[in-house]
Design a protein around this ligand. Structure first.
Ligand code: PLP
Length: 394
């Protein structure tokens, strides 16, 4: 008899797969489905990135790259991070950076490098659906801490204090957040950092700060990197980021970790024996894109703002929808007062609109829509959601 890895027994299958299969089925029948599930910007990558790839092809940049990435790219990432973390004592250098296949591999590398069997990792719910799975695959135990719409889907200092046990190894912070768009202020991040600094385990706790939506800020507030609020935690914080969301380069698969030298060496070991590093051409594209001025991305961010406002305005037409105004990223997360999987399946069947059930993110009574799509689809899709809720939800 063939047997399969027990390691996968505790890993959830993506609840979005079922939905995607239904969407494909409907599309194959010629039905027009409004798809509000996209986890990626609908914009093109920067022209400079495209040109850099073409140039790299002409320059025969086709060999293995260093496992941790080209020095030029590692340095560009260190420079970007130093700008966002101006309060840290010792600026990062290229040697603190590992370029990986997206932020997702950056997280896998990190947890494989820090976790031992049974170590707990604090995950704030609603969470990006990969967090619990990566922790489990690396032998850890996800410790999910619930937050509510009323608390802005943010973890309080008290909650963090109570969540830390003798087994806690790390906490994941994701601001702006997928799926809620919640963003922590500098003061809020500092209050979380103070809990760690004041804890008896302060020297053995890691903070993984996933900052992949750093550029997509929808209100007049400033993005704050975790370490800029907590420079004393530099040695034990891993900043995860990448090109996918902020530079509309999801398919190029470029992400990274910025961490202390010892952890960076461990991550290089993991990556060296798994993927050997990332695609050479995408690295040259990223070097070019990281040189661009913020103004180059202003139009995209403005467009996301308009779309966020449009979605919220339409959803406000039903009092049954408990909305949350996202300050960052490109999702609206709202509570619907019924089971989210049933909601998503029925909505697709009856109104031909695809959304992601909140169950995937740890909240079974909510759904996530993405506004990374054109305004016509958003208007029509959200109007149908309102209609559906008025018809179906008691
Ligand atoms: N972190 C968060 C919160 C995300 O939403 C995503 C993608 O959806 C990632 C990390 C990983 O992105 P990528 O692997 O494309 O860099």
């Amino acid at each position: 008899m063939l047997t399969y890895s027990k390691r996968l027994d505790s890993i959830s299958e993506s609840v979005t797969l079922k939905l995607n299969a239904l969407v494909s089925e409907l599309k194959a029948k010629g039905e027009k489905v409004i798809n509000l599930t996209a986890g990626e910007p609908d914009f093109s990558p920067p022209q400079a990135a495209n040109e850099a790839v073409i140039q790299a092809v002409h320059d025969h940049q086709s060999k293995y790259t260093p496992v941790a990435g080209y020095p030029e790219l590692r340095q560009a990432v260190a420079d970007k991070t130093n700008l966002q973390q101006s309060e840290i004592k010792v600026p990062w250098v290229g040697n603190n950076v590992v370029i990986s296949n997206g932020g997702k591999q950056a997280l896998y590398n990190t947890f494989l490098s820090i976790l031992n069997d049974g170590d707990e990792v604090i995950i704030i719910s609603p969470f990006w659906l990969t967090y619990p799975e990566v922790v489990k695959l690396a032998g850890g135990v996800p410790k999910i801490i619930e937050t509510t719409l009323e608390s802005g889907y943010k973890l309080s200092a008290n909650q963090l204090k109570e969540a830390i046990t003798s087994k806690t190894k790390a906490v994941i912070i994701n601001s702006p957040s997928n799926p809620t768009g919640a963003m922590y202020t500098k003061e809020e991040l500092k209050s979380l950092g103070d809990v760690i600094l004041g804890h008896s385990k302060k020297d053995s706790l890691w903070v993984i700060s996933d900052e992949i939506y750093d550029r997509i800020i929808l209100d007049d507030v400033e993005f704050c990197s975790f370490l800029n609020a907590n420079p004393q935690l530099q040695n034990q914080t891993v900043t995860v980021n990448g090109m996918s969301k902020s530079s509309a380069m999801t398919g190029w698969r470029v992400g990274w970790t910025v961490a202390n030298l010892k952890l960076t060496q461990a991550i290089i070991k993991v990556q060296g024996q798994t993927t050997s590093g990332i695609n050479s051409l995408a690295q040259w594209a990223s070097i070019a894109a990281l040189k661009l001025d913020e103004t180059q991305f202003k139009a995209q961010v403005e467009s996301f703002k308009r779309r966020r406002n449009l979605v919220l305005e339409i959803l406000s037409k039903s009092e049954k929808i408990k909305r949350f105004k996202p300050q960052g990223a490109f999702y609206v997360f709202f509570e619907i007062g019924m089971d989210s999987v049933e909601f998503a399946e029925k909505l697709l069947e009856k109104k031909k609109v695809a959304v992601i059930p909140g169950t995937a993110f740890g909240n079974s009574q909510a759904v996530r829509i993405s506004f990374a799509t054109d305004e016509t689809s958003l208007k029509e899709g959200c109007s149908r959601i309102v209609e559906f809720i008025e018809e179906e939800v008691k």
